[in-house]
Ligand binder design. Structure first.
Ligand code: FES
Length: 142
């Protein structure tokens, strides 16, 4: 006997299909073998909060926003996608300015995006970042 949840299942199935459609687009643009539904870099401005949260000479990982920001000198910021270029996993915690990928062990210099250890061979994708009134904003201009 179909219960009252049957229509809900139908809705969820539709949502899953919509997600899969978006997935195809992301997989094409990132060459991600895992086909993450998210794009590797922000497609709209993303507020990262206080700029002072990134230590001078260090870096900070913003997992939710999927970017990593470094601060080579006071008032200067560089940002990269936190999505590993090997198969699309999100970087784990930072060790200083080295980002580790928990999936297969790739390591990246998050100040340059450079690969320090494979299997990844492609650097992290650069993301525009700017300071606006003491706050960091990553991604394209509005
Ligand atoms: S997805 Fe990062 S090392 Fe494979």
């Amino acid at each position: 006997m179909p219960g009252p949840s049957a229509p809900r299942r139908t809705v969820l199935k539709g949502a899953a299909l919509a997600g899969a459609a978006g997935l195809g687009v992301a997989a094409c643009s990132t060459e991600s073998k895992l086909g993450h539904a998210e794009t590797p870099t922000p497609t709209a401005p993303v507020d990262l909060g206080e700029a002072s949260a990134v230590p001078v000479g260090g870096a900070r990982l913003y997992k939710e926003q999927r970017v990593v920001v470094s601060c080579p000198a006071k008032g200067q910021y560089k940002a990269f996608s936190a999505q590993c270029t090997h198969a699309g996993c999100l970087l784990g915690e930072l060790e200083g300015t080295v980002g580790d990928c928990p999936c297969h062990g790739s390591k990246f210099d998050v100040t340059t995006g450079e690969v320090l250890h494979g299997p990844a061979t492609v650097p992290l994708l650069a993301v525009p970042v700017r300071e606006e009134g003491g706050k960091l904003v990553a991604g394209p201009e509005k």
